[in-house]
Design a protein around this ligand. Structure first.
Ligand code: SF4
Length: 392
């Protein structure tokens, strides 16, 4: 059973994605936001302030350094650019960031922002520091709401409003770096507090592939943020035809929201399974470019009491992923108001982990983080919408 990206399927996914395209990245006064433009489009945009293409390319290189290496947002501080040009740039452009509407810190160090974008839409970003080392992952959103309706996910209760633009996606990471003052960008493998990106926040990244890919190319560019592709993980609920493309073009790590090992149950928990069932999904994982023992595919498995947490489920999981370089993250369910699931008991999670580990797969149990700050993905946005409705 295969599902590769046929031209017809690519056109269908792109057409659907275009329906939810982000608004132009332009301020109300007409100034254009430079964040999120790939290098060639940046040079093209700069033509309005430059004498010719050669100068525009040179300016683009300078600005790239200031925007993505130095984290500078003020043209007047760009010391390698002459004052008259700084003024012209400020007349035409901005270097934007999403606005933090809320900024919550959990007792365990997890930090969560609700970012508001130019059109008033909001999405969540979470920083999860490593417990032992000075590094951590920034979990980025790729859409406002989600088309998918995974039953255990709070964001799945919110309809898709729109895709986030490339600038809004990489902008979440840059705003998080602002909050920790982590500029200029550390070089190479130098220690970083914000060392990893996980595309695991609101939305299905492979349904907003173009913007996500553009944002990640910017994050990986060695003359700017310079994150290695090994430090970026894209999490999908299983948009099978886009997985090959993601692997071939971006080569980032892949995480798959598995959550069930039988189609009947996965059809219910992750309804996308009806379109791309388990056999198809696992075949796409088997051929994912770059997967190896050094770069394993992560299977995310949320532990739901009495639903998917039996020993038989664990054994079936091992059978299904046989031959895939993989690890299995077991995630105790983080309940949210109105959810119909409960977290599996610790003993069931431990037993499940033992069976998976005995088969040779790392099977860490993710301890719940940030429980005190509405850390279930999507909760902050719902709370904010409710507050706005109450104030209206
Ligand atoms: S788990 Fe991901 S894909 Fe599924 S509803 Fe939630 S945000 Fe969407």
């Amino acid at each position: 059973m295969t599902a590769t990206l046929t031209p017809a399927e690519a056109a269908r996914i792109e057409a659907k994605s275009a329906l939810f395209a982000p608004p132009p990245a332009v301020e109300p006064d007409g100034r254009r936001d430079l964040v999120g433009l790939p290098r060639d489009q940046l040079a093209e945009a700069l033509l309005v302030v430059c004498a010719d293409e050669r100068e525009a390319r040179l300016r683009a290189k300078q600005l790239w350094h200031w925007i993505y290496h130095q984290g500078c947002r003020d043209f007047a501080r760009m010391s390698t650019i002459a004052k008259p040009m700084q003024a012209r740039l400020a007349d035409h452009f901005v270097i934007g960031r999403p606005e933090a509407r809320t900024d919550q810190r959990s007792a365990d160090g997890t930090r969560k922002w609700l970012f508001r974008f130019r059109d008033g839409q909001e999405a969540e970003t979470v920083y999860i520091p490593d417990r032992e080392e000075d590094r951590g992952s920034v979990c980025l959103s790729s859409q406002v709401g989600c088309t998918l309706t995974c039953r255990f996910c709070h964001t799945g209760t919110q309809t898709l409003v729109r895709n986030l633009g490339a600038g809004e996606i990489v902008g979440q990471f840059m705003a998080a770096r602002d909050a920790y003052g982590e500029w200029p960008s550390p070089k190479g493998e130098a220690p970083r507090l914000l060392s990893n990106i996980v595309l695991m926040g609101m939305g299905e990244p492979l349904y907003n592939y173009e913007n996500v890919a553009q944002a990640m190319r910017i994050a990986m560019d060695g003359e700017g943020i310079g994150l290695s592709r090994r430090r970026i993980t894209l999490s999908t609920s299983g948009v099978v035809p886009m997985m090959d493309r993601c692997g071939a073009e971006l080569g980032v790590n892949l995480a798959v929201s598995l959550h069930a090992v039988r189609d009947e149950l996965r059809d219910e928990l992750v309804p996308l399974n009806r379109k791309y069932p388990l056999a198809m999904l696992l075949e796409a994982c088997r051929r994912y470019p770059g997967a190896s023992n050094a770069r394993r595919i992560t299977f995310e498995y949320v532990m739901l009491k009495g639903v998917n947490d039996s020993e038989a489920d664990a054994r079936e999981l091992v059978r299904l992923i046989h031959g895939i370089p993989a690890k299995v993250n077991l995630i105790p369910f983080n309940p949210w108001p109105g959810s119909r699931f409960e977290t599996s008991p610790a003993s069931a999670i431990r037993r499940f982990a033992e069976i998976v580990m005995a088969a040779g797969y790392a099977s860490p149990i993710r301890s719940p983080r940030g429980r005190d700050i509405l850390a279930a993905c999507g909760q902050l946005r719902t709370a904010s919408q409710r507050a706005r409705r109450a104030a209206a």
